[in-house]
Structures are given as C-alpha cells and as structure tokens.
Design a protein around this ligand. Structure first.
Ligand code: GDP
Length: 444
C-alpha cells in the first residue's frame, strides 16, 4: 500500500506524543526529528521536508498549543493539515470547457501508463455524465494504437485513429472535428512517449498544443520512480505548461515520495492516482483524504464512494440490517469477503478504514489474498449450517473435523474464525460510525 512505511512511522511517533499529558518544546523537537526522518525515508524531496518540518514546528510552538489540554492531538492536527497542504490542499479537478468539447491531452514518458490512463480517465469521467472520445495520437508505436482500440472496445468508448501515417497534429485536429460532429463532449488525446525526455518529443507536443489548444494538459508519471517522477514533471512543465499530473502505480509504491513532493516542487497538483492495472483503478486525488490515510485516520469518504459504485442498494440495506441485529454469520462473512474484493485489493481497502491503517493491525487482518480466499471458502463450506450460525460454539473437535474436510489445518480454521470475529467487530464500529455521521457528529 502506498505510504505504508511512512504511515507506520508517523503513527508510532504520534502515539508516543499523544501518550504524554504535557508537551515541552523538546518533545515537539524530538517528534519533528522523527517526522523528518520518516519523510526522507519515504523519498520526499529534501528541501520540501525541511520547509515542512519548520512550518509544523513554528505553528506548534508559536501558538498556545503546548499549554492546551490536548497538545498531542493538536500537533497531529497541524501535521495533518500541513501534509494536506503539501499535496495541494483540496482536490484539483480538471478544467472543463464551457463550450464542448473539452480537450484533454495526456503526455509522458514511455511506460508511465499513458495509454492505460487515457482509458481509465474516459471510464471515470463517463461516470460523471461525459461522452468521451479517445484519440490514438501515438503514431510511432502501432501497438499503442491497437492497445487503445482494445481498451476502448472493452469500455465501449469510441477510439479515433488515422493509423500511423498522419502527423499527430493533423490527427488531433481531425479528432476534435470528429468529436463535434458526433456529439462527444470530451476528447482525450493519447500522445507518443519516449524512453527519456528529448527535444523532438517536446517539439511535437508543443505543436499539438499550439494546434488544438487543449483545456487540460495532464502529465502521466510513474509513482514508483519517486523523485525521478518529480524531475520529469519539472521538465515537462517548463516546456509545455502542465495543468496537472496523473500519478500511476501508486498501488506499487510503498513510499509515496512523488505524491508528497510533486505539488511543492513543481506547482502542479496531482489530479488522479492510478491504483492498479484494471480500468476502474483510477481515483481522483484528494490531498486531505490522503493525509488522513497517512495518519491512520482512515478515508471513509473514498470507501463509501467506492462501495456506492460497486454494491447495489438492496445489498447494503440487507447488510446494515444484519449488522444492527448482530446476525452477521459466517455465510455473510464469506459473501462480504467476495464483495469487498470488488472494491479493490484488500490492503488498499483496509488503509481507508479508520484505526486500521496502522501496520500492526493490517498484518493481522490484511493477510487475506486471492489464494487464501479459496481456503476461507473451503473452510466455511465444510461447516454445518448449525456451525455457520454459531461460530463461537465451534469447539476443538469440530475444528479438527472442519480442517480435515476442507484439506486445511486447524491453525487455518482458527485464523478464519478469528478474522470473522474481527470483521464482525469492525462492522459494529462501522455501524456506530454511520450513526454518528448521520447525526452530524465527527468520524472517530
Ligand atoms: P504508456 O507507454 O505510457 O502508454 O504505458 P501503458 O499504458 O502501456 O502502461 C504500461 C504498464 O503499466 C502496463 O502494463 C499497465 O498495465 C501498467 N499500469 C498503468 N497504470 C498502472 C497503475 O496505476 N498501477 C499498476 N499496477 N500498473 C499500471
């Protein structure tokens, strides 16, 4: 999970800080040293880290925070706010033209995830009511044109192509005309990449820009390359003027340095994050929610949005009722595991649940992967209906029988039952949280 290393270190630092009744300047200094180390360890730009820590320190010591009743909490709040500000404060949306179509041009190096992101973006924005047209502008790689056509077909989004014999500038112009003629209000242009930044590529992109005047130029960069991604963004920005960044492969980047430094170093906000290879694995980037995730406060809003998009209302209502009546059984557990998987990899989901972001808990709970799900299913199916409704009454001899029946070990059976109990507890917390949210209370 992105930020997992940073999250673990910061949460550990702040747990100690919260544990102290009163704070001195020396305590804050010590904590900030740890924050600095953690940020540098996450591959955040050195200058950015220095300024960040200085700002937090000034705010923490300058105000009456140390004399307040909850100094630890308040220092954490300052760090949270500053982390969010570092990443751009609130969500930056793409520029939409008042007169359709809106033109979005994607640029970036080869392999960054440009073509995939073009399709993901079409998919995401289509859900908000847009009618996208994908444009195959990478004429140097016939495979890229084919790739975009295949992705477009999967999504049922039209792809405009003129093969690989026309200039990208002519293609872009013709695509805009085509969009106007066919009532498409969003044109997403995939452009050619190179292995590294070169003059020819930049000239060509500048020529496309001059010809069609895109409303939004988005750079697609690979988060796993860390500070290199930030340098690439600086180079593109100075030549082309970027409106924002799509940070891909955030699912594979445990450190998160690019996400944390991008805005501060280049001035370009991250607008979307790629979190997987599938076409629905693109999230609008919310700096404030990211900051919450890093500090283990969860990200209930994103989780709810994902759940709303994936589950039907009946299912949610049925489940809510069961949780309320504490009827949640092992059958429901299995069904839930399968459902939750639709939201994305379990490790990503857990990071969004308040209080579960910390690594220790994640290790206990998050060890459910695809393969393990097969065992979980086998174990639950080897239980009698009576057992499935009364998991707490499954004694040693029953556990041995279930293990034999499912071809697993007693330890695995124990682990499934433990995970079930933890999920049940978590669901109860969720239901409490839902109630307090409805009352307008704060999420704990
Ligand atoms: P392009 O050369 O920039 O057009 O790159 P592609 O779109 O062909 O992507 C290169 C590889 O990165 C492909 O295997 C994609 O599936 C993969 N990829 C793109 N975005 C993501 C992402 O957010 N997460 C992960 N895990 N893989 C990604």
């Amino acid at each position: 999970m992105v930020f997992s290393g940073l999250a673990e270190k910061l949460q550990e630092t702040f747990r100690r800080l919260k544990g102290k009744g009163r704070l001195t300047e020396a305590d804050v200094d010590e904590a900030m040293k740890e924050v600095k180390r953690a940020l540098l360890g996450a591959d955040v730009n050195f200058q950015v880290v220095k300024k960040f820590v200085q700002r937090v320190k000034e705010r923490a010591i300058g105000q009456d925070i140390l004399d307040s009743l909850t100094p630890g909490q308040q220092v954490i709040k300052i760090v949270r706010d500053e982390l969010a500000a570092l990443m751009g404060g609130t969500q930056s949306k793409i520029n939409v033209s008042p007169k359709p179509p809106t033109l979005v041009m994607l640029v970036g190096l080869h392999g960054a995830g440009k073509t995939t992101s073009a399709a993901k973006l079409a998919n995401t924005l289509r859900k908000t009511g847009r009618r996208p047209l994908l444009v195959a502008g990478d004429v140097y790689r016939p495979a890229a044109i084919k790739q975009l056509q295949v992705l477009g077909q999967q999504l049922d989004v039209p792809v405009f192509s003129m093969g690989d014999r026309q200039s990208p500038v002519d293609i872009a112009r013709a695509a805009v005309e085509h969009a106007v003629g066919t009532g498409r209000d969003l044109v997403i242009i995939d452009t050619a990449g190179r292995l590294q930044i070169d003059q020819e590529m930049m000239d060509e992109l500048a020529a496309i820009k001059a010809a069609v005047h895109p409303h939004e130029i988005l750079l697609v960069v690979d988060a796993m390359t860390g500070q290199v991604a930030v340098n690439v963004a600086e180079a593109f920005n100075s030549r082309l003027g970027l409106d924002g960044v799509i940070l891909t492969k955030l699912d594979g980047d445990a450190r998160g340095g690019a996400a944390l430094s991008m805005k501060a170093v280049t001035g370009c906000p991250v607008k979307f994050a790629g979190v997987g290879e599938k076409l629905d694995a693109l999230e609008p980037f919310h700096p404030d929610r990211m900051a919450d995730r890093i500090l283990g406060m969860g990200d209930v809003l994103t989780l709810i949005e994902k759940a709303q998009a994936s589950f039907d209302a009946d299912q949610v209502a049925k489940l809510n009722q069961k949780i309320k009546n504490v009827e949640f059984t092992l059958d429901d557990f299995l069904e839930q595991l399968q459902e939750v998987r639709k939201l994305g990899p379990i490790q990503q989901i857990i990071g969004m649940i308040p209080g579960l972001g910390s690594m220790k808990k994640m290790k206990e709970l998050g060890d459910i992967d695809d393969k393990e799900l097969v065992y979980v299913e086998a174990i639950i199916k080897s239980m009698t209906p009576w057992e499935r409704n009364r998991p707490h009454e499954i004694n040693g001899s029953r556990r041995r029988r279930i293990a034999r029946g499912s071809g697993t070990s007693v330890q695995q059976v124990n682990s499934v039952l433990k995970q079930f109990e933890q999920t049940k507890k978590m669901m109860r917390q969720f239901s409490e949280m839902g109630k307090s949210m409805k009352k307008g209370g704060r999420v704990p």
